[in-house]
Design a protein around this ligand. Structure first.
Ligand code: HEC
Ligand code: HEC
Ligand code: HEC
Ligand code: HEC
Ligand code: HEC
Ligand code: HEC
Ligand code: HEC
Length: 373
């Protein structure tokens, strides 16, 4: 059972790398209305054009997206400003790993353990995560046991507290060999999914990613755009592509966002039943058990509160409260209003910011009445 290797960042209950989502089929990874399905593919599959092309005609969405976490989820370490923070440092990962020494080479960041300073440095190939919460280094390796394998490095950078620290999920492990001293080995589906969720497209071949388009860009959510761009160059009113705000469907959106942010089907049933503390970082899982979702007939979805292009922190708490008040008004009987505080403070009482490992903060998306502490 693969759960034995549970480590990791993104997945605590079920390790990030172990979830058996049928993502390879790409079924949920694109914004597309149900009546579109199939039609586009038959006329020769569209290809990826890159976000700079989208920028030409959609500068506003581009600007918003550029400042969101989605625009910075994956890069080569050589291109990562955060990876540079490691260079020249010696960081102690504690027993049994000891001190790691970091230096900057022509391919980016590399490291040596203090116990092996006479050996060749180990290249830390990719920077995963924007660093707002955290950034973890990933190196693809050749592995006789697997088609694809990588090492998730021991030490990460945490924007949450502005310091380095042990990669979450890496506490209390017993490394079996020299390689595991450098980090956790992730194999096959686990490493493929890691790349899937943090990039627009890319295929692991040996120790490289072929056709890599890093980050969660326009075309990860909207699908490859070549056909749309061609049509838009010929006409100012191109045929529908992917979605527009007014004909977007909550089921499709849930599948899209939940493909990476996790759905109940990705979670261990016992953890789900008890709503264990770790689940607060899986927003769709919380949302799906909220009365607001259950009782509002498809009117409650991620984009009720989030512009999918915008950084969630760029919006004020007061603005999120307006989203609540759009439904919960004392002068309307469509929905109940709060008897405790009918016009403000909604988020801190009903979706409180909660500390997670290494000081990372998440907002519990299970909106509910909480017991007074
Ligand atoms: C391909 C995977 C993927 C999909 C699909 C996806 N996300 Fe994300 N999302 C991520 C990753 C990875 C991060 C972490 C970014 C970072 O490293 O800071 C993230 C971060 C976020 C954040 C917090 C950071 C910020 O910029 O505010 C929000 C909010 C968010 N996503 C909302 C959504 C919504 C809403 C949808 C659906 C419309 C969605 N995401 C779809 C992978 C995805
Ligand atoms: C099922 C999709 C998925 C997989 C698989 C996945 N991630 Fe993530 N990752 C996310 C999402 C969504 C976020 C942002 C929200 C969150 O933190 O849950 C994220 C956030 C992160 C962050 C920022 C810190 C944090 O925890 O918010 C790091 C670092 C990270 N992932 C590294 C990795 C690495 C390394 C792997 C594989 C070895 C991996 N992730 C696998 C979806 C995924
Ligand atoms: C995380 C997924 C995600 C990413 C990344 C994303 N979009 Fe969207 N986009 C959506 C969703 C969902 C909608 C429909 C709901 C809405 O507009 O709130 C949408 C709507 C749109 C629309 C029509 C409505 C509007 O806002 O004008 C345009 C145009 C668009 N996106 C362009 C882009 C471009 C350009 C990029 C890249 C810079 C991009 N999108 C990146 C999910 C995404
Ligand atoms: C040459 C200009 C041009 C380029 C380049 C372009 N678009 Fe568009 N796009 C348009 C026009 C025009 C519309 C229709 C009017 C509108 O909704 O703004 C549109 C509409 C959209 C819509 C809403 C579709 C609908 O049916 O309502 C989305 C989503 C979108 N574009 C995404 C993208 C993405 C993603 C890219 C990059 C791959 C891109 N566009 C590149 C011009 C362009
Ligand atoms: C009722 C409003 C609401 C809905 C619906 C909603 N969110 Fe949020 N979300 C918030 C608020 C408020 C924050 C905290 C923003 C801040 O940092 O001030 C947040 C923060 C986030 C973050 C950043 C990490 C965190 O937990 O603080 C992610 C990722 C996220 N939401 C994803 C989603 C996804 C995916 C969906 C749909 C499944 C969704 N949200 C639905 C209100 C909402
Ligand atoms: C799309 C409409 C909608 C939005 C937006 C919305 N809710 Fe609700 N909410 C509902 C519905 C429907 C119910 C069920 C009771 C009712 O009909 O009033 C509900 C119930 C609740 C309950 C009672 C839950 C329980 O377990 O008894 C709370 C608390 C709540 N909402 C808080 C919020 C907060 C806080 C926000 C903003 C972060 C919010 N809601 C946004 C529709 C919404
Ligand atoms: C100080 C904490 C606090 C704040 C601020 C707060 N609430 Fe509440 N809310 C509660 C408590 C506690 C209850 C349960 C009251 C009871 O059972 O009598 C509640 C009940 C509710 C209910 C269910 C009412 C019912 O009769 O079933 C809704 C809906 C709700 N709140 C929405 C909101 C919204 C929207 C906001 C922001 C405008 C908000 N709350 C602000 C603590 C708060």
């Amino acid at each position: 059972m693969m759960l034995a290797v549970a480590s990791g960042f993104c997945f605590v209950i079920v390790c990030a790398r172990c979830i058996a989502v049928d993502q390879a089929a790409g079924h949920a990874s694109r914004v597309r209305r149900s009546e579109d399905s199939g039609s586009a593919a038959s006329a020769g599959a569209p290809t990826y054009v890159g976000k700079q092309v989208c920028r030409e005609c959609h500068p506003q969405n581009f600007e918003l997206h550029q400042h969101s976490g989605h625009a910075d989820t994956f890069s080569r370490s050589v291109d990562s400003e955060i990876a540079k923070k490691f260079a020249g440092k010696a960081l102690d990962a504690g027993n049994p790993y000891g001190v790691f020494h970091y230096e900057w080479g022509s391919d980016g960041l590399q490291t040596r353990r203090a116990a092996g300073l006479n050996q060749d440095p180990f290249s830390l190939q990719y920077a995963v995560g924007s660093g707002r919460n955290a950034m973890t280094l990933l190196t693809l390796i050749d592995d006789t046991e697997a088609d694809a394998a990588g090492i998730e490095h021991r030490i990460s950078w945490f924007g949450s507290h502005g310091d380095f620290g042990l990669t979450p999920g890496h506490v209390g492990l017993t490394p079996q060999n020299e390689t595991e001293l450098l980090g956790n080995v992730v194999r096959d589906n686990s490493v493929q999914q890691c790349v899937y969720c943090h990039t627009t497209t890319g295929t692991i071949v040996g120790t490289e990613i072929v056709d890599l388009v890093a980050d969660v860009n326009c075309e990860k959510c909207h699908g490859p755009g070549s056909e749309h761009v061609q049509q838009a160059r010929q006409s100012e009113t191109p045929p529908p592509f992917s979605v527009g705000r007014d004909r977007w469907d909550f089921e499709a959106e849930l599948q899209l966002c939940g493909d990476c942010h996790r759905l109940p089907r990705n979670i261990d049933p016992a953890a789900l039943r008890e709503y264990s503390a770790e689940l607060l970082r899986f927003q769709p899982v919380g949302m799906l058990r909220s009365e607001c979702y259950l009782e509002s007939d498809g009117q409650f979805m991620c984009s009720t509160c989030h512009n999918p292009h915008q950084d969630s922190k760029a919006k004020s708490t007061a603005a999120y409260e307006q989203d609540c008040l759009a439904c919960h008004q004392s002068d309307s009987d469509a929905h109940v209003a709060c008897s405790v505080s009918p016009t403000s403070g909604c988020i801190e009482c009903h979706m409180p910011a909660t500390k997670f490992e290494q000081g990372m903060v998440f907002h519990d998306h299970w909106i509910r009445i909480r017991d007074a502490e």
